[in-house]
Design a binder for this molecule. Structure first.
Ligand SMILES: NC(=O)c1ccc[n+]([C@@H]2O[C@H](COP(=O)([O-])OP(=O)(O)OC[C@H]3O[C@@H](n4cnc5c(N)ncnc54)[C@H](O)[C@@H]3O)[C@@H](O)[C@H]2O)c1
Length: 376
């Protein structure tokens, strides 16, 4: 709990592609004051600061040394997420980290222990699941609209981020691939619905050993693919429920954001967990269509205030002032990582893998949560 009042001071480390959407939002939330941007590439930090009206820029060390920065937003690449977050904790800052929290279990655990000892908070993306889309779906499940959730299937398949990202190498390196890059959205959503994962089994494949950058200044550059680019995974949850998921950068047929949860009374469509909102629909058991017929769909009214990336930073900043845990907590981020690593191990070892960590059920976002309200 902090005695400070007024907006929470925020500094960014990493001002690449995704920093735009964070900056567009965090500079509009009255409870947040974006003070400084830092990057290895100081010129990039400067141009992003000028574009988004942030008064200061510099290196990562400049952000860490800034006395008014209370929360560091870590938007670096996965391989250095834990290292950068650890440096921020060491100088007394709370940390929001892009996903995944780390690329291996040990450094993820060490980071949470370091934060706990220092009395500081760690929050981890995705925060999409805090938006009206997934939250409306969760409220429908909590009301019993589909009965007891039993199973789920998720699909994320397309040709891969080498078609649009100007520096896609990290997305095909350890700590990324479709499993670690896109898996957090789907696995986090499944954990929101079913709770902790108990055990996984998976198979994976790689269509090509190299890829070619197709966008930006370095288009035509060939780079190595280090990780499976197609993953099929099955999970069993501690409190009951099973899921099957496809994560693929190998499919010319794009099918994204498919999340279907089936309960004892019906099937619920959860909108794309990489987005903050979308349609929520239910088809119920007595009306379920016979094979070959269209199902009867009921729209669930989507409620909640819409905003984009940055919601989790805002929740973390408010939590830091009141002393509660953030909704997108480090513990949740670690359980997601633990599950993803277990899936990866299942692929390489050819066996089912138990997931050791557990996470508390994630509370629903308060109905009156308003990112545009000044509360501090
Ligand atoms: N691009 C997207 O659409 C997207 C969407 C959601 C989440 N993310 C996540 O956001 C993170 C960043 O992705 P991106 O697409 O913005 O990558 P990017 O490569 O465009 O930007 C990363 C930035 O971090 C900087 N950086 C790297 N190591 C650093 C260090 N030690 N200190 C200071 N700066 C450092 C780099 O110089 C670069 O500017 C990743 O974890 C990614 O998974 C990206």
């Amino acid at each position: 709990m902090s005695a400070k009042t007024g907006p929470v001071g925020v500094g960014f480390i990493g001002t690449g592609m995704i920093s735009n959407t964070y900056l567009e939002n965090l500079t509009r939330f009255p409870d947040i004051d974006v003070i400084i941007l830092g990057d290895l590439n100081v010129e990039l930090a400067k141009s992003q600061a000028e574009k988004h009206g942030v008064p200061q820029w510099g290196s990562a060390d400049d952000v860490l040394a800034h006395p008014d920065v209370e929360v560091v937003v870590n938007l670096t690449i996965p391989a250095v997420h834990a290292e950068v977050a650890g440096k921020a904790i060491a100088v007394g800052k709370h940390v929001w980290s892009e996903k995944p929290i780390s690329v291996d279990r040990q450094s993820g655990r060490d980071l949470l222990a370091q934060a706990e000892a220092a009395g500081l908070l760690v929050g981890v993306a995705p925060d999409t699941v805090l938006g009206p889309g997934v939250q409306t779906a969760r409220r429908a499940i909590a009301r019993g609209d589909i009965g007891e959730p039993l199973s789920a299937q998720t699909i994320m398949q397309y040709i891969g981020p080498d078609i649009f990202h100007p520096s896609p190498e990290f997305l095909f390196a350890k700590g990324a691939g479709p499993l670690f890059d896109m898996g957090p959205y789907y696995v986090t959503t499944l954990i929101h619905v079913f709770g902790s994962v108990e055990r996984v089994a998976a198979m994976g494949s790689k269509s090509r050993t190299t890829r070619t950058i197709q966008a930006g200044d370095r288009a035509g550059t060939v780079f190595d693919v280090e990780v499976p680019t197609h993953v099929s995974a099955i999970a069993k949850f501690v409190d009951g429920g099973v899921s099957q998921s496809v994560f693929s950068f190998d499919s010319p047929l794009a099918r994204m954001g498919v999340v279907e949860v089936t309960g004892t009374e019906g099937t619920l469509i959860i909108p794309d967990p990489n987005r903050f909102t979308g349609e929520v629909k239910i088809t119920r058991a007595p009306e379920m269509a016979a094979i070959g017929q269209d199902p009867v769909w009921h729209d669930v009214e989507v409620t909640g205030v819409y905003a984009e990336r940055g919601l989790g930073v805002l929740d973390l900043a408010r939590a830091a002032r009141t002393g509660r845990k953030p909704l997108a907590s480090g513990e949740l981020g670690y359980h997601v990582l633990d599950t993803l690593v277990a899936i990866d191990e299942s692929i390489s070892d050819g066996r089912m893998v138990d997931v050791e960590s557990r996470v508390d059920r994630v509370p629903l976002v308060a109905e009156d949560f308003d990112p545009f309200a000044a509360t501090l």
